[in-house]
Design a protein. Structure first.
Lengths: 226, 226, 270
């Protein structure tokens, strides 16, 4: 605790850059993966190719990714952009699979009914398919968020400053309090992202919780009364 | 692309293929502590996962603690542990075991949960003991998802073991990345990364085959795993 | 009036769902397509709002070929009720009903008012309006489905086995409700079912279909029972079995209607 009290400014700085380095890939990954997953769900052949490609990308070790990227996209070897780009690619790799599953989870009968009711193609995609895919999308995004926040710390090995820098520095100076501060900070940050996603999900999709709790019990009641 | 030709040069240098620093030796080391990690993690996670899946108890706790374990930054745990264990393999194995547990645990309990309740009910009604239900009905039917758990945890350990080379002691393929980074010897970094990626792909291929094998004699579709 | 002119449908995989089908469905009546699975009855129904396009022939509504009309607008002008209600699970009951109106450009408050009114018409309590579909019983969901089909006051209502998934008691309630609604509203209803009793109960015109949309017989329930066209129809409506052959017996001074198996079916009253 005394270490933290003496180094609050430094830790806050590192926390803020950690926040940025994780938020960017999480948001970018989600936004990029969404249309890909939607498209992949409708085209069987492309889905297979895309999902295997995503699987391959995910087997690349993060450290290797940070180190190889500069020679592919021409960034500097120690640039934070490597971390953001690499983690965005990871996020896309995880999220494409979730998004495909999410759109596949939407009942075809409901989509059929929406078409019959007179939804045009775009209206159906945005106002029926997307919201109904929501719960599975949220589940995928939670995995992406937690793993991204944790992986950012590896960036410290290539000199990109974030809470992971407390690990390398603490290790060099034999300072366990410093390392522990980093670990706890990262876990808290991951929990905050996770909680935020859950909260936004609940606000946007009140029906998802309604059907799981009251819905089943009400239906059970109705059946029992009959 | 001089990095590409430099990397090819690195691979064609025969000194990189023999001795303690050679690819074969590092590869065997890497596989060695990956296997050790998975063995320890499985010894912990599989019995607990099967128990949770069979009894349906403590599932919430398992989900929450798996999530918390996933949020732990590997590099932080590694450096922290190494301050207590000293240099050597112990800290690395401890860290990797923590990383390997959540997918194994989830594969085991989700696998058991995916087994049709009616099938289990039928098994109980013909007079099977709880142990027989577990070993003769639930585990065989859950096998694809259990293997899926081994697949994701093995791939994560193979990838993350590279980071473990940050502390001296464990060798493995991560040495190429960490040492290359320290020496600014980028061809070595890229070459090491390539070997890790190829190893991951080969292992992934083996697991795909194992999962097919586990699925044999089974027409029922299986839900995708974590 | 809906008219099928030499309609045929061959699906992409080569299955011929309908061979050559022609029929006129008079306005303000209920026409029921009845047959076993694979007879093409749902295919025929779904051609009316262009959910399925015919491979050959034309479908006309009030003498206009619907192929010339915009698909989406056509669907918005026709009510559609399906087996599993097809309600949007992420919208409250009231919003599900109002959807069609909103798609047709009706403003929000008017759409709500009209939706509440139509929920009342189909016998649903206003307190259910703010629930999600999953919080309703199967019968209630089906009523919401009917309300959604009726809300924009379409001339045509398509019903694809709408009561197929609810239990027998609720089904009877819903059938009675539909008959009452039809007396009040006078729609042109196209109804699909595999249950001949439901077809006879609801249909002004009953179309019995064989495989591939081939018409076995068209007529009113009474006509079909009085003069079944062939053995297929006789067996399909159950005339070859005992329960449709009724006669009167005197028992303890009451005149009891009894079927050929000896089961009492009712009392004769003059």
């Amino acid at each position: 605790m005394t270490w933290l009290q003496n180094n609050t400014d430094k830790v806050v700085d590192l926390l803020l850059s950690h926040l940025w380095l994780s938020a960017l890939p999480i948001v970018l990954g989600f936004v990029i993966a969404l249309p890909i997953g939607w498209y992949a769900n409708r085209h069987r052949r492309i889905r297979g190719v895309l999902l295997s490609a995503a699987g391959v990308l995910y087997t690349v070790p993060s450290l290797a990714f940070f180190l190889i990227l500069p020679s592919i996209i021409g960034t500097g070897f120690l640039s934070p952009a490597n971390v953001v780009v690499a983690l965005t690619i990871y996020a896309v790799a995880i999220m494409v699979r979730s998004a495909t599953d999410a759109f596949a989870s939407v009942s075809p009968a409901v989509l059929d009914a929406a078409t019959a009711t007179g939804f045009a193609a775009a209206g159906r995609a945005f106002r029926v398919e997307l919201p109904l895919a929501g719960p599975v999308l949220v589940a995928g995004l939670r995995v992406v968020a937690v793993s991204t926040v944790s992986l950012v710390s590896v960036g410290a090995l290539i000199g990109v400053n974030n809470l992971g820098s407390l690990f390398t520095e603490g290790y060099r100076t034999d300072n366990d309090a410093e390392i522990l501060t980093g670990v706890i900070g990262i876990v808290i940050l991951a929990l905050v992202f996770d909680g935020l996603i859950v909260l936004v999900g609940r606000l946007l999709m009140p029906w998802a919780t309604a059907s799981r709790t009251t819905g089943t019990s009400l239906r059970g009641l109705a059946r029992a009364r009959r | 692309m001089s990095v590409v030709s430099d990397t090819i040069d690195w691979f064609s240098d025969s000194t990189h293929w023999s001795g303690d620093d050679g690819v074969p030796h590092r590869l065997v080391q890497h596989l060695g502590y990956t296997s050790l990690t998975i063995a320890i993690a499985a010894a912990v996670a599989i019995p607990i996962g099967l128990w949770i899946g069979h009894t349906g108890r403590l599932r919430g706790l398992a989900v929450v603690s798996s999530g918390a374990l996933r949020a732990l930054p590997t590099l932080g745990v590694l450096t922290y542990a190494s301050l207590y264990t000293g240099i050597g393999i112990k800290a690395a194995i401890f860290t990797l075991v923590l990383l390997a547990i959540p997918p194994l645990l989830a594969g085991a309990y989700a696998g058991l949960e995916s087994v049709d309740r009616q099938t289990i009910d039928a098994a109980r009604s013909i007079g099977m003991t709880e142990w027989q239900i577990l070993t003769k009905v639930e585990v065989p039917l859950a096998l694809p998802l259990i293997v899926g758990g081994f697949r994701s945890s093995t791939l994560q350990v193979v990838a993350t073991a590279t980071v473990a080379a940050y502390i001296p002691g464990p060798g493995g393929l991560g040495r190429y990345l960490i040492d290359g980074l320290a020496l600014r010897d980028y061809p070595q970094v890229v070459a090491g990364s390539v070997v890790v990626i190829v190893l991951a792909l080969v292992l992934d291929g083996i697991f795909v085959l194992l999962q097919r094998l586990a699925l044999r004699n089974r027409p029922a579709p299986v839900r995708s795993t974590v | 009036m809906i008219e099928y002119r030499s309609i045929g449908k061959t699906f992409a995989d080569g299955t011929e769902a309908v061979g050559d089908f022609s029929l006129v469905l008079p306005s303000r009546t209920t026409t029921v397509f009845v047959g076993s699975s694979g007879c093409g009855k749902t295919t025929l129904l779904r051609m009316v709002n262009r959910m399925i396009e015919p491979s050959r022939g034309q479908v006309l509504i009030d003498d206009v070929d619907i192929a010339t009309r915009n698909k989406v607008e056509l669907r918005r002008s026709i009510g559609y009720v399906m087996q599993h209600s097809g309600l949007l699970p992420h919208r409250k009951v009231i919003d599900n009903v109002a959807t069609v109106l909103r798609l047709n450009g009706v403003d929000k408050s008017e759409a709500r008012d009209r939706s509440y009114a139509v929920l009342e018409t189909v016998g649903l309590d206003a307190s259910l309006a703010t629930k999600y579909p999953s919080q309703l019983s199967g019968g209630q969901q089906q009523r919401v489905g009917v309300a959604r089909g009726l809300v924009s006051d379409p001339n045509i209502l398509l019903m694809d086995e709408p009561f197929g998934a609810v239990d027998p008691i609720v089904r009877e309630e819903l059938q009675a409700e539909l008959l009452r609604l039809q007396r009040e509203l006078d729609k042109t209803i196209v109804f699909v079912t595999h249950d001949i009793d439901e077809a006879f109960l609801l249909g002004d015109q009953v179309v019995i279909l064989k495989k591939g949309g081939e018409v076995a017989q068209v007529g009113s329930p009474a006509e079909i029972l009085a003069t079944p066209a062939d053995d297929f129809v006789r067996s399909f409506v159950g005339l070859d079995k005992g329960h449709r052959k009724l006669h009167v017996e005197d028992r303890d001074g009451s005149r009891i209607v009894v079927d050929a198996t000896g089961k009492a079916a009712g009392v004769l009253t003059e």
